[in-house]
Design a protein around this ligand. Structure first.
Ligand SMILES: [Ca+2]
Length: 130
């Protein structure tokens, strides 16, 4: 009788692990280096690697602007961590023109490491008064 029970528990643990892997990791504990009143983006997870800071007073379609990180690589479909160091709300979208899947960041919050469908996928960003 023990074997079936162990089997069920293992399957449940694996399902929880898979779900956690797909969700972005929000982190309030780590505050990155990010200029005031900007939305900072990084090529790599952990607020590391090449970066780019968007002024927190406009919306941006990354793809159309051909914006690049500090190392010259395209920002489009390449953001792996982001921090909103501004009093505005920032919503990032996987498609241009603020469409597709989205992730909304309240003021002064970030995503330490994007994962799953959100990693290397953002193409437009819209910022509004929080
Ligand atoms: Ca990346």
């Amino acid at each position: 009788m023990k074997r079936p029970i162990v089997g069920i528990l293992t399957a449940t643990a694996l399902a929880v692990g898979a779900a956690a892997t797909l969700a972005p990791t929000a982190s309030a504990a780590v505050t990155p280096t990010c200029s005031a009143t900007t939305l900072c983006t990084w090529k790599d997870g952990g607020y590391s690697g090449a970066s780019y800071s968007f002024p927190a007073n406009k919306y941006v379609t990354i793809q159309k602007n051909d914006l690049k990180f500090t190392d010259g690589s395209l920002i489009n479909d390449n953001i792996s961590s982001v921090y909103n160091n501004s009093p505005m709300r920032a919503t990032l979208y996987t498609n241009s023109n603020y469409q597709g899947l989205s992730w909304s960041l309240p003021p002064y919050t970030g995503i330490y490491s994007l994962a799953g469908v959100y990693n290397d996928s953002f193409t437009s960003i819209y910022m509004t008064v929080a």
